[in-house]
Design a protein around this ligand. Sequence first.
Ligand code: HEC
Ligand code: HEC
Length: 279
Amino acid sequence: MIRLLLLFIMASFLGKPAFAQSGEEIFTKNCIACHTIGSGDRVGPDLKGVEQKRSVDWIGQFILSSGKLIESGDKDAIANFEKYNKIKMQDFKFSAPQLSDLINYIVLAGGGEIPAPEIEEIELTPEQKAILLPLGSRLFEGMDKFDEGGVSCFSCHNVSYEGMKQGGSLGTDLTNSFTKYNGAAGLKGFIATPSSAIMEVEYTRHPLTQEEITSLVVFLEDANGNGTSDFESTFLLVGGIILFCLMIFVIMILWSEKKRNGINSKIHSRQLKVKHPNQ
Ligand code: HEC
Ligand code: HEC
């Protein structure tokens, strides 16, 4: 009877291991914006079964600094980076126990032993978006200040948007960042925990509020697709090269015509016909 009781207690511990709890918390707080476990790719790859593709050691290193792995020339890390729109995942500062809790959680949830995490995507209505859009645009440009006094996005980033001047160039052009981050959830995830060190420093000291982030994302969604797309710029580039070659060609033809029919050649041939008096 006592053995049965012991087994029961052990089973209830095994049923929901202690580490799963904190691993789950870490995952929901830091990873869920960009990853699912078993519901498909989001900004980054679906993490279900990742431990079958990569070693646990590799996964740990990747989470602490994917950039370092990429720089070290690791083929899998480079392939990931290329495949997922060249989005670099931010570095995370987890302790060794936190990291193993987190990886254990991903493995257990991926294997269906504990429920997979679910993200609650809050769909904004068009009316809500209409209210948030001007807020986001003013915040982005720095016309309105952030509650905690963070620097405006505009000082480092440009966005092609009607009526907006050229923004800073320290950060990437954000016109198409909504597409790049696969929609609102991914973009929100980036802005809330940016992989850019310079942004992390600024917005850890001066955190953005949820409403500010949401408004910025609504603004970036609206800006998405403005400006030139990759196709257009390739088209412009190729068109430009063809036009340039054509111009050189025309100039060369005109030039050789001129040489043949120019006054100089006429005078020259006339002079050739005239006999020199002394001859
Ligand atoms: C802002 C988005 C974002 C966040 C947040 C994020 N990731 Fe990623 N993750 C990515 C992207 C994009 C890739 C693939 C490309 C790359 O970064 O090299 C990736 C790749 C990975 C990989 C490699 C998977 C494979 O198949 O090789 C692992 C493991 C991973 N992430 C774990 C995590 C964990 C754990 C967290 C939370 C602590 C996290 N990620 C948070 C975007 C994110
Ligand atoms: C002090 C300068 C600075 C400020 C202010 C700043 N950023 Fe950034 N941001 C950067 C840099 C630098 C990068 C990284 C570029 C890279 O890695 O190539 C970046 C990257 C990004 C990216 C990812 C772009 C991509 O193509 O992957 C997004 C999205 C972004 N910032 C949004 C914002 C938003 C929204 C704000 C305002 C809340 C903001 N940033 C404020 C400097 C800044």
